[in-house]
Design a protein around this ligand. Structure first.
Ligand code: 3H9
Length: 693
C-alpha cells in the first residue's frame, strides 16, 4: 500500500503551515522526521514565506518518537537533526499544539521559537517510563527555557501537565482554542519584530545550588531507576556546558539506555498493554453496548472500591446491599476513602462531592433494574452467586451486562443459573479496586461477543487495564500465583525461612514477598479456601491454628509487635517451621537465593505456558500485562513470559525437570508448549508476533 506523505505544507499570507498527519498518534517515524527537515528547508528557500507554523492532524500533536523503530537500524535524519532544521531557520517558527505533545513531540515544540497550545492539550516527557530519557534536546532546551529544577521534575516524574500548567511553567506562550489561528497571528508578530531567542540559547537555567539539592533528593528516591540518574547528569550539563556538548551527553545516555534490557522490557509492557485491549475472535463490526449507568451488588471493601471506580469515571452507579445497616457501612467506607484523598490533597473537594453524588445506595436487588452493567461483588460462595444471577435475569434490563467479580469460581456455572448466559461474564477487579489497574475480563463459553466488548470498553473507561481470560480456576493471575504460593510453602519445609524467601523476591524487584503479602492480607483467607477445597499447607495451616493471622493479630509469618506494620523474624515461627519439617521427615538444608528465585518464578512461567496452550490467555503479552498491573511484577523485567524469553527457555525447561524429578511433583514438569518452544529455539515473543500476523 502506498504510504501517504505524512508531512505537508501550505503557504498562505506569508506563513508556511507544516502539517503532520501520521495516524494514529503522529509518532515521529523516519518519514515524519524527513518530512519536517524537508519542509523546514522549503520554507527557508521560499521568499514568500515570512514565518512558519508547525501543527498536526487529529487528537494528538505528536506522541513522541516512533517506539516501534527503536530496535531497528537507524534511518536519517535523527530527531535532533530534524528539530535543529526547524530551530535554525532564520524565520520565526511557532508550534501550534493541537493535542498531546509527548516526549519527542514536546521536543519538536521546544525546537520551535514559540508555542501555542489548545486548552485540552497535555504536555510531557514520559521517556523515563520507557526506561530512557528525552533524547532530542529535551534535557537541554527545557532547563534553559523554564529552569533546571522544574524541567528535571517534569522529566523524572514523566507525567504530562495540562496546557494551563505548561503556560504557568513558561513552556507555552499562549493557550488558545483555535491554535493554528493563534499561532499564525503570533508568527506574524514575531516576523515583524526581532528574531526570538531559541530555547537552546535561553538563559533561565536558574540557581545551581537549588538544582543540586533537588537532584540529590530525586536521585535518592529513584535510586533503582537508571533513567533518573541520566536525566540529572544531562540537565546538569545545561549549567556549565555549551548546548552542543550537552546534546552529546544526552545522546550518549539515550543510546545506552535505549539498548538496555530494562528499556526493552518497558517497551514490551507498553505494547503488550495495548495489544491486550484487542479481543481475538470477535466477529467483525462487534460494537460495545451503550453504558450510561452501573450497579454494584455488595457494599464490602471490594464492592465499594468498584463503585468508586465507576464514580471516578463519571458513570452513575447504584451500590446495592441487603440491609440498611450494611448499606450505611459500605457508603461510609466509600465516603471515608474519598475524605482521605481530599485530606492528602490528591482530590479536590469539588471532585469529591461530584463523585459521591454519582453513588446512590439502595437496599434490595430490584435497584439493579436501571443499570446497563451490573457487577456482583458478594462473598465467594457459588450458591449465593447463583441465587443472585437467577434473580437478576428477571430484574436486570434486557441487554444489561451481568458481571461477577469472582476471583476463582466457574463463570460458566454462574451463567447457567440464568436464562441469559450471553449477558454473563467475569469482571475481576483487584483490591483496592479504586486504585489497582488490572481488570481480568472473564469470557464464558456462552458470553455474547458484544457483552465481552462492553466489559473491555467499560474497563478502559474506568482507566483500568483490561485483559481477557478464559474460564479456569483462578483465571490468569491467581492460577499462576497458586503455583508460587505452593512453592513458597515447600521452600519453608525444605529449609528456607520466610525472610529468605521474601528477600529473594525483593532482590528481584517485587516490593513484597509472598509471606509479607500474606501477613498483610490475612492468613485466614487462604486457610478458609483450603478448608473448603480440602487442600493442605502444613506451615500456613499451623500458623493460623496458632492464632497467627498476620498483621491484624500482630503475628503471622513475622512478628508485628513493634509499630504493627514492620515485620521482624520470629523465633517461634522458625521453631514451628522446623517442627513441620521434622513431622514431614525432611532434613532441612540451606537453599541459595538463586534457587529460591527459580523455584518461585519458573513454576509460574510453566503455568503461564499452560494457560497459553489451553487458550485461557490469547497472548503471552496478556499474561505479562496481568502480572505487571495486578501483582506488582517488577516493570523493568517485562512480566513473567518476557522474562522467561530473556532467561532462555531451554534453561527453564531443564530446571523444571530437575524440580519435578527431585520433588516427585508432576505439576512441576514443563508444559508441552514450553518444551516445544525450547526445542524449536522459539520464544513467547515470537509466538505472539506470529499470532498477531
Ligand atoms: C521518545 O519520544 C524519545 C525521544 O525523547 C527521543 C528520540 C530520539 N510510537 O495508547 P493508545 C500506538 S519516546 C509508536 O492506545 P490513546 C499504540 O501502540 C516516546 N506507536 O491511544 C497504539 O497502537 P495500536 C515518548 C505508538 O489514545 C496506538 O498508537 N512518548 C506510540 O489511549 C494508539 O495508542 C510516549 O511515551 C509511539 N510513541 O493514548 C507516549 N504511541 O492501535 C506514548 C502510541 O496498534 N503514547 N502508539 O495498539 C501514549 O502515551 C499514548 O499512546 C497516547 C494516546 C497518550 C499518545
Amino acid at each position: 500500500m502506498a504510504q501517504q506523505e505524512p508531512v505537508t505544507s501550505t503557504v498562505e499570507d506569508g506563513i508556511a503551515v507544516i502539517r503532520i498527519a501520521n495516524p494514529p498518534v503522529n509518532a515521529l517515524s523516519a518519514a515524519v522526521r524527513g518530512g519536517l527537515a524537508r519542509e523546514a528547508g522549503a520554507a527557508a528557500a521560499n521568499p514568500a514565506v515570512r514565518a512558519v507554523v508547525v501543527t498536526a492532524e487529529g487528537r494528538t500533536f505528536i506522541a513522541g518518537a516512533d517506539i516501534t523503530e527503536f530496535g531497528k537500524p537507524p534511518v536519517p535524519p535523527t530527531l535532533p537533526e530534524a528539530i535543529a532544521a526547524l530551530e535554525d531557520l532564520s524565520k520565526p517558527v511557532v508550534a501550534a499544539i493541537n493535542g498531546a505533545a509527548l516526549g519527542g513531540g514536546l521536543e519538536v515544540a521546544l525546537g520551535c521559537h514559540a508555542r501555542v497550545a489548545a486548552p485540552s492539550a497535555r504536555l510531557g516527557l514520559p521517556e523515563v517510563k520507557l526506561g530512557i530519557l528525552p533524547g532530542a534536546g529535551g534535557t537541554q532546551r527545557l532547563p534553559r527555557l523554564i529552569g533546571a529544577v522544574p524541567a528535571l521534575k517534569l522529566m523524572t516524574a514523566g507525567d504530562p501537565v495540562s496546557a494551563a500548567e505548561a503556560k504557568t511553567l513558561g513552556i507555552l506562550d499562549e493557550v488558545a482554542e483555535d491554535v493554528v489561528a493563534a499561532a499564525r497571528a503570533l508568527a506574524l508578530r514575531l516576523a515583524d519584530g526581532a528574531r526570538p531567542t531559541p530555547a537552546s540559547a535561553a538563559a533561565n537555567t536558574g540557581d545551581r545550588e537549588a538544582f543540586e539539592a533537588a537532584a540529590a533528593a530525586m536521585a535518592k528516591k529513584g535510586a533503582e531507576n537508571p533513567s533518573i540518574a541520566a536525566c540529572i547528569d544531562a540537565v546538569r550539563a545545561a549549567f556549565d556546558k555549551p548546548f552542543e556538548e550537552g546534546m552529546a551527553i544526552e545522546r550518549a545516555h539515550f543510546l545506552r539506555l535505549r539498548d538496555d534490557p530494562r528499556s526493552k522490557a518497558l517497551r514490551h509492557a507498553f505494547f503488550a498493554e495495548r495489544a491486550a485491549a484487542r479481543i481475538p475472535g470477535l466477529p467483525k463490526g462487534t460494537q460495545p453496548r451503550p453504558v450510561a449507568r452501573a450497579a454494584v451488588i455488595g457494599g464490602g471493601t471490594m464492592g465499594g472500591g468498584i463503585a468508586m471506580s465507576f464514580a471516578n469515571a463519571g458513570i452513575p452507579v447504584t451500590l446495592i446491599e441487603t440491609s440498611e445497616e450494611n448499606l450505611q457501612r459500605g457508603l461510609e467506607r466509600v465516603a471515608g476513602n474519598y475524605a482521605t484523598s481530599v485530606k492528602r490533597g490528591s482530590l479536590t473537594e469539588e471532585a469529591r462531592a461530584k463523585r459521591m453524588g454519582l453513588i446512590e445506595g439502595r437496599v434490595g436487588l430490584e435497584a439493579a433494574a436501571g443499570a446497563d452493567v451490573v457487577v456482583e461483588a458478594v462473598f465467594e460462595e457459588m450458591g449465593l452467586k447463583k441465587e443472585i444471577f437467577g434473580k437478576l435475569q428477571e430484574i436486570a434490563k434486557p441487554g444489561a451486562v451481568l458481571a461477577t467479580n469472582t476471583s476463582y469460581l466457574d463463570v460458566d456455572e454462574i451463567a447457567a443459573s440464568t436464562s441469559r448466559p450471553g449477558d454473563v461474564l467475569g469482571m475481576h477487579f483487584f483490591s483496592p479496586a479504586n486504585v489497582m489497574k488490572l481488570l481480568e475480563v472473564v469470557r464464558g463459553a456462552k458470553t455474547a461477543p458484544d457483552a465481552l466488548a462492553t466489559a473491555v470498553e467499560v474497563g478502559r473507561k474506568l482507566a483500568k487495564v483490561p485483559v481477557v481470560s478464559g474460564v479456569c480456576h483462578g483465571f490468569i493471575g491467581n492460577r499462576m500465583l497458586a503455583r508460587r504460593t505452593s512453592q513458597a510453602e515447600r521452600l519453608l519445609i525444605e529449609g528456607a525461612l520466610p525472610e529468605e524467601v521474601d528477600a529473594a523476591l525483593n532482590a528481584f524487584g517485587f516490593r513484597m514477598g509472598p509471606f509479607a503479602m500474606g501477613d498483610l492480607a490475612g492468613l485466614d483467607i487462604g486457610w478458609r479456601i483450603r478448608q473448603a477445597t480440602g487442600k493442605k499447607a502444613p506451615v500456613a495451616d499451623a500458623l493460623v491454628e496458632a492464632g497467627r493471622l498476620g498483621q491484624k493479630t500482630k503475628r503471622g509469618y513475622y512478628d508485628y509487635s513493634g509499630d504493627g506494620r514492620t515485620g521482624t523474624p520470629d523465633p517461634e515461627v522458625r521453631a514451628l517451621i522446623e517442627r513441620v519439617s521434622a513431622e514431614q521427615g525432611v532434613t532441612r538444608r540451606s537453599i541459595p537465593q538463586q534457587e529460591i528465585l527459580e523455584r518461585l518464578l519458573y513454576p509460574m512461567i510453566n503455568e503461564g505456558a499452560r494457560i497459553l496452550e489451553e487458550g485461557i490467555a490469547a497472548r503471552a503479552g496478556d499474561i505479562d500485562t496481568v502480572w505487571l498491573n495486578g501483582y506488582g511484577w517488577p516493570a523493568g523485567t517485562g512480566g513473567p513470559m518476557f522474562y522467561a524469553d530473556g532467561v532462555g527457555l531451554p534453561g527453564i525447561v531443564a530446571r523444571l525437570r530437575d524440580f519435578a524429578g527431585s520433588s516427585g511433583d508432576d505439576t512441576l514438569a514443563p508444559a508441552a508448549l514450553l518444551v516445544r518452544l525450547a526445542e524449536e529455539g522459539g520464544s513467547f515473543a515470537a509466538l505472539d508476533e506470529k499470532a498477531a500476523a
